[in-house]
Unconditional design. Structure first.
Length: 619
């Protein structure tokens, strides 16, 4: 049909051209001839232009029903939301589909839900208004980040009653007054509300912004999240929340002091009443926002939270311990506790350890599978995370130990101000915790300690963890752990069994075993070790009775191979001093060797390169 139509047009064109040539011989007909030609050109162009439209109309994608097409647009909108309005090229996200063809544009404009989600920072008032208009009466999801154009909020106020989710993140405290009018309006459809400032240097006191939260008219509110915003506990609705997050950055003030005029002066019983009246809570996050009087509150009515799955508490050890003691949680709830010591008293610190131990007492029979310890000497902080799940991968080819082995730990516990615990030390805190937790079946052990300390005996803490297959070690403070992997030469005593000696620093050192025949059977504290991942170590560090740290590591990997259990993986990242010869020597004893290729430099202010010293046991 198409070929015959084109042939007919061509024949008609040839006939018309002959007639035009004949008429064109008459000078008076010249103008008429040009007009005829122009008409023919126009008709031909119109026909040729309609051919692609006819072709697109029969394409498979054009046969999709509008319901399916708009469904696809919704998926696209989730994957690629518009960003920063229309001012920046390539920032309109999924809205590009409206530029493909007229039909797609009509389908997109017809569906108001596509336009009901307004995300990220929008600087264009015109675009914001247009989006609201296209959303018509659909429930709104508004997610604004940064400091918006001040003209945007007046445009938004009439629509607060139909807003289902409202997130105002990273706002400037200087622009906070621009959003105060929002809080003075009723929000009957609001289900999720988030408000946060972009600074750690100040906190906005909410009671000066409004007398109540949305006039107390938020019957559907389920999640409330506030960051750097102080709000009286009496403002928060009771009985309906499933998620409550109030977080303040530590360091703005002393966590045991009061801030005049703020909600911290409120009766702590308001907080307790809020929690008692919120049995549907599934997520509870309260960090550095406790009223000072909480430390004096005597134990009263228990707080039952049967649905809670995540508990995050941060503040003074006394505040955290007092509130945690009142809570009755499911054994499956994950715990994230950030405790700051208030002085020399250790009663609250020990209470926290006991409470955590009791919570995980009925953990799965296998206990924790991965365990991470971080000691930050600059901030006087001990941080522990533990998980019942084994990480999918702990090998980082490019940056060594750049990732966290516990992406979603069941336990995250930190203690600040460790040196203020009186006679307690880093080792005491870790020793108590490790003795209480079910860690005997650990498979992944990660230790990060930037500076060496005499108070932590890593081998003594984890010598019961004979199922460890992966060890991650970062920083100079892990040297003693490396030495534990390389036992000292045994004392040849016929008939003796396993012996343990003391290094000059007092730490326990595993030794080799001598059987009844007098032959050496070298023992290993981690007989199933398969992967050793090292980062930020100085291979020239002197290790007592063992030469340098390089000698210790070389002896350890050699010993595993001698025992016919060679390491599968050895990874070195940002270590000093590593030469190509040293790397080649280590590679011979492992199956899979990863090295970032950097030989490293010695910082003259922190360490001094020394000649290699013969080590005992492998020369």
């Amino acid at each position: 049909m198409q070929q015959s139509t084109i042939s007919d047009i061509r024949a008609l064109f040839d006939t018309s051209l002959d007639e035009i040539r004949a008429v064109g011989q008459i000078p008076t007909a010249h103008t008429a001839t040009l007009s005829t030609i122009d008409w023919e050109i126009g008709a031909s162009s119109c026909f040729n232009g309609s051919l692609p439209l006819h072709r697109n109309a029969v394409a498979p994608i054009s046969t999709l029903p509008p319901e399916l097409l708009v469904r696809i647009f919704h998926f696209h909108a989730l994957l690629e939301p518009p960003r920063s309005g229309l001012q920046q090229s390539g920032s309109i996200g999924w809205i590009r589909v409206t530029h493909v063809c007229q039909r797609w544009r009509q389908v997109a404009l017809y569906d108001s839900l596509l336009w009901a989600t307004i995300t990220v920072f929008l600087s264009s008032v015109e675009w914001f208004s247009e989006t609201l208009a296209r959303a018509r009466n659909a429930p709104l999801i508004v997610d604004l980040e940064g400091t918006p154009n001040p003209k945007i909020f007046p445009k938004f106020l009439p629509h607060i009653t139909r807003t289902r989710e409202l997130r105002l993140r990273n706002l400037s405290p200087f622009e906070f007054r621009g959003v105060q009018e929002i809080f003075a309006l009723e929000a009957p459809a609001l289900e999720h509300f988030e408000l946060g400032l972009n600074t750690v240097a100040s906190i906005i006191d909410f009671r000066f912004a409004a007398r109540t939260l949305f006039k107390g008219r938020t019957p559907k509110l389920r999640t409330l999240s506030l960051s750097q915003v102080a709000i009286p506990w009496s403002f928060i609705p009771r009985g309906q929340l499933t998620e409550l997050k109030i977080t303040h950055f530590r360091g703005i003030f002393n966590c045991s002091t009061s801030w005049p005029g703020s909600f911290w002066d409120d009766d702590p019983n308001q907080l307790i009443d809020l929690l008692i009246s919120s049995p549907e809570l599934e997520v509870l996050v309260l960090e550095f926002c406790f009223p000072p009087g909480l430390s004096q509150v005597s134990l009263g009515q228990p707080i039952h939270l049967p649905r809670l799955s995540h508990l995050h508490l941060g503040g003074s050890t006394t505040h955290v311990a007092n509130l945690y003691t009142m809570l009755q949680l499911p054994s499956s709830a994950t715990l994230h506790l950030r405790c700051i010591s208030e002085g020399s008293s250790t009663d609250s610190d020990h209470l926290i350890l006991s409470l955590v131990s009791a919570h995980f007492h009925d953990l799965t029979p296998s206990g924790f599978k991965s365990f991470r310890v971080t000691i930050n000497y600059m901030e006087n902080l001990v941080d522990v995370t533990a998980s019942i799940a084994t990480p999918r991968s702990t090998i980082h080819h490019s940056h060594g130990l750049g990732g966290d082995v516990n992406s979603e730990p069941e336990l995250a516990l930190s203690f600040g101000g460790v040196s203020e615990y009186g006679h307690s030390t880093y080792g005491d805190v870790l020793g108590r915790l490790c003795s209480m937790l079910p860690i005997s079946n650990l498979e992944v052990l990660s230790i990060c300690a930037s500076e060496a300390t005499q108070s932590v005996d890593w081998y003594k803490l984890f010598q019961c963890c004979t199922n460890v297959t992966t060890i991650q070690a970062r920083g100079r403070g892990t040297t003693s752990l490396m030495q534990a992997l390389s036992p000292l030469e045994p004392t040849k005593i016929p008939g003796s069994k396993e012996k343990y000696g003391k290094r000059d620093d007092g730490a326990t050192q595993p030794q080799a075993v001598t059987d009844s025949a007098g032959s050496h059977v070298t023992g290993s504290p981690f007989p199933k070790l398969a992967s050793l991942l090292l980062e930020d170590l100085n291979f020239n560090t002197v290790v007592p009775y063992s030469g340098t740290l390089y000698d210790v590591i070389l002896n350890a990997v050699r010993q595993y191979k001698v025992n016919k259990t060679p390491l599968q993986t050895l990874s070195l990242g940002r270590c000093i001093i590593i030469t190509a010869d040293r790397a080649k020597s280590l590679k011979k004893f492992v199956q899979d060797f990863h090295w970032d290729g950097g030989e490293g430099l010695i910082d003259p202010w922190k360490a001094v390169a020394i000649p290699q010293t013969p080590s005992l046991g492998h020369r």
